[in-house]
Design a protein around this ligand. Structure first.
Ligand code: GLA
Length: 738
């Protein structure tokens, strides 16, 4: 199979585990270090340590291990696996995530790796390989030894993941077919949703059977739609089905698509939740959105676009603008330089033919920037290393056209922009995908947006590109010359520079060095640490000059990843404050993909409401990680709720506390500047739940107003208790006021 198709199919997540899988979850042995002997069948690994694949090697006794480690497992591969398959020629080994480089050996033979020659250049991703069933490396019905050599560049290391990510299985008929649900839903009258679903294949086999579509209301379990159709499809001639679901309520229904092939008897299943829109329509009258405060250094270039919605044209005015700043009245973009420190209280006015809106706003010229969490976009979760100038321009234009009116402003390039070699002068240069970095930055700024970039303190970045090691001053200067406003600074390959057992000072050092370099540049550059929270970075990252700091490893688009990260930020919680925020990683809504091809996030719509609500409560930077060129209606609606964003952008800069927790639901409370409280009630169970809260028991007595933030409506309540019906993995987000 073509690699690209295989990737698409894997990413689409349709691979149904058949009973014919051989589990590779249990029985692994581990040793740190490296030896050519360790792949051999006969090697005696009795003295090796048993290791779990549920987590990386760090928490299993190898806290600071960066570098090589080996895993070994004995397993019988039964020939029934092959015999029960319809297609019998290829067999796949799935070994979770490989962090970072891996080479897989079967009985001493190399059967797969994720790098060309240098094991230090492989990159974090799925650890998997496929070989022919007649490969002499396989010993059918006998003991086999799988050995995996891993090289970790820093942070978590090893092979790990959910149990269903560790197995041996045949590449069978349904691996070449796909129920393609990637097209966007359309929204019609009478609360109708429509979409076209395709069943398709890349193989020469002609599939013939039945496609069954069932739509279930997850609260009642009742089916609201069912249809079975005879279906034939082959390479180049997919089967298309136009699904229409009328009269839906504002909730997510579960669709199950299931295709059964008559000849092979094999099945393919795909599921998805239907989207539902909560954010009300934008008013035609002017409304001013976003934070009510913005910080800049004295003497540094100032750029702020007043976020405002309403029928265009809009006309902007600012009263009491400090000397040195000027406003473009048609775009709302304020530029210039203020030399005097101070809090400047200004008033924004925005007019259109239907009326006007006013808002008090404070420009704080002083030592702290990034007073509220950054709102923007980063290329990584969408494009990974395949980011290009053109893709960044599309993102910038989309932010300008559709999102900046709600306060979104950063356009950040992640890894993958760096040329393989520095200039003779030692200066960093961009690769051929970014022919004119200054031109790109100028374009972003011309839209009233800010421009971000990425590097690493080691010789190489996580993606194997050039890092800033020993070129920090030079790089900071180049960023300044390019007009960079945001630097994400990783850790990768710095593990080779830092001592094996880094002390707290060792963890701080590369960030202090780059901080000092940035301080030599007369430009406001937000400094985002990306070292995964090592050395409990939240305790010191603010003092070292970080505007935000990652608290975890990389997020991925699953409920497990998002909820494991988002609901475990409480040790970090007290450290969030204006100018300094915890960063539980970027958003995974919309079309994500970390590379050449994107897929719809695997979070359900309810999980996405939870994601945005939780990240806003946590005062995390909100960096959209999707292909903005393919922004669908649901995702746009999710990202443009001004009352939700107001919680994120609240000037007090506090992070929400978990005030209640049981196995079924959690309650988070964030204090807000005006004395009100934002409360997130999260259903973490697998079912709809009616949740009853007693405000006084949660120390939330005395509030008379309860506002549903997503729906932007006051709720009628008795001020003492609160009852809400929340879908599985969903949220009720309210704002309590007096
Ligand atoms: C690390 C970071 C990611 C991304 C990549 C780039 O994995 O955590 O967010 O920046 O590096 O290589």
């Amino acid at each position: 199979m073509k690699r690209s198709l295989l990737l698409i199919l894997l990413v689409a997540g349709f691979l149904t585990a058949s009973a014919q899988n051989v589990s590779l979850v249990n029985g692994w042995k581990f040793s740190p270090g490296d030896s050519t002997q360790w792949s051999a069948t006969g090697f005696d690994d009795k003295s090796w340590q048993p290791i779990s694949t549920a987590e990386s090697w760090e928490p299993q006794g190898h806290d600071k291990l960066d570098g090589f480690g080996w895993y070994r497992l004995h397993v019988v591969i039964p020939s029934s696996l092959k015999n029960n398959a319809f297609f019998k020629d290829s067999i796949r080994f799935d070994l979770g995530y490989g962090d970072d480089s891996y080479a897989v050996y079967l009985n001493g033979q190399l059967i797969g790796k994720n790098y060309n020659t240098d094991p230090k250049s492989g990159f974090y991703g799925l650890c998997k390989t496929t070989i022919k069933t007649n490969d002499p490396a396989i010993l059918w019905d006998k003991d086999n030894v799988i050995a995996v050599r891993v090289f970790d560049t820093g942070g978590a290391g090893g092979i790990y993941g959910d149990p269903d990510m560790f197995s041996i299985s045949m590449i069978d008929i349904m691996d070449y077919a796909r129920i393609n649900t990637e097209s966007d839903f359309s929204y019609g009258d009478n609360n109708t949703l429509g979409k076209t679903v395709k069943v398709e294949t890349g193989s020469n086999y002609t599939y013939k059977g039945q496609l069954d579509i069932t739509v279930v209301d997850p609260e009642t379990g009742g089916s609201i739609f069912q249809k079975t159709t005879d279906v034939t499809f082959a390479k180049g001639s997919p089967y298309s089905y136009a699904l229409t679901l009328p009269n839906l309520q504002a909730r997510s229904y579960m669709i199950t698509y299931s295709f059964k092939d008559d000849r092979s008897g094999k099945k393919l299943i795909n599921t998805e939740g239907t989207p539902y829109i909560l954010t009300p329509y934008v008013h035609a009258k002017p409304q001013i959105n976003g934070a009510n405060v913005f910080g800049a250094h004295p003497g540094a270039q100032f750029l702020y676009k007043i976020p405002a919605t309403g029928h265009k044209p809009l006309v902007f005015k600012v009263d009491s603008l400090p000397a040195g700043l000027k406003l473009d009245a048609t775009t709302g973009i304020i530029t210039g330089t203020v030399n005097q420190k101070g809090d400047y209280h200004v008033v924004f006015t925005v007019r259109n033919r239907l009326g006007f809106a006013k808002k008090k706003f404070t420009i704080k010229i002083g030592d702290v920037i990034g007073l509220t969490p950054a709102l923007g976009w980063n290329s990584w979760n969408a494009f990974g290393l395949s980011v290009t100038d053109a893709k960044v321009r599309v993102a910038a234009k989309t932010i300008a056209d559709k999102l900046s009116a709600h306060g979104w402003s950063y356009v950040n390039i992640d890894d993958g922009w760096e040329a393989p070699q520095r200039a003779a002068s030692g200066e960093i240069v961009a690769n051929e995908k970014f022919p004119d970095m200054k031109g790109l930055s100028d374009y972003v700024h011309s839209l009233g947006l800010r421009f971000g970039i990425y590097s690493s303190p080691g010789p190489r970045t996580c993606g194997g590109y050039l890092g800033s090691y020993q070129h920090e001053d030079q790089d900071a200067k180049t960023y300044g010359d390019w007009g960079v406003d945001y630097l994400k600074y990783d850790w990768c390959s710095y593990g080779e520079i830092a001592p094996k057992e880094p002390s707290l000072d060792d963890y701080k050092k590369p960030y202090q060095v780059m901080r000092a370099s940035l301080d030599k540049v007369n430009r406001d550059i937000m400094f985002s640490f990306c070292q995964y929270g090592m050395g409990d970075s939240w305790n010191w990252a603010g003092e070292v000059g970080g505007n935000s700091w990652r608290t975890t490893g990389d997020i991925t688009d699953t409920w497990k990843s998002m909820s494991d990260i988002g609901f475990h930020q409480q040790a970090e919680q007290p450290h969030a404050r204006p100018g300094h925020f915890n960063d539980p990683d970027m958003l995974i809504v919309g079309k994500v993909g970390w590379g050449d091809s994107q897929h719809n996030t695997r979070l359900t719509p309810d999980e996405q409401y939870t994601h945005i609500s939780l990240w806003s409560l946590l005062s995390s930077p909100l960096l959209i990680g999707c292909d903005l060129g393919k922004l669908d209606g649901f995702t746009l609606n999710l990202l443009t709720n001004d009352e939700v964003l107001a919680i994120s952008q609240d000037a007090l800069g506090k992070e929400a506390k978990e005030v209640f927790k049981n196995d079924n639901y959690l309650v988070y409370v964030k204090e807000l500047e005006d004395g009100s409280k934002a409360v997130g009630i999260f259903n973490i169970s697998g079912k709809y739940q009616t949740i009853n809260l007693n405000w006084a028991e949660l120390n939330l007595g005395g509030y008379t107003k309860v506002r549903d933030v997503w729906r932007q409506k006051y709720l009628i309540t008795n001020n003492k208790t609160f009852k809400t019906n929340v879908p599985s993995h969903g949220v009720e987000l309210v704002r309590l006021g007096k």
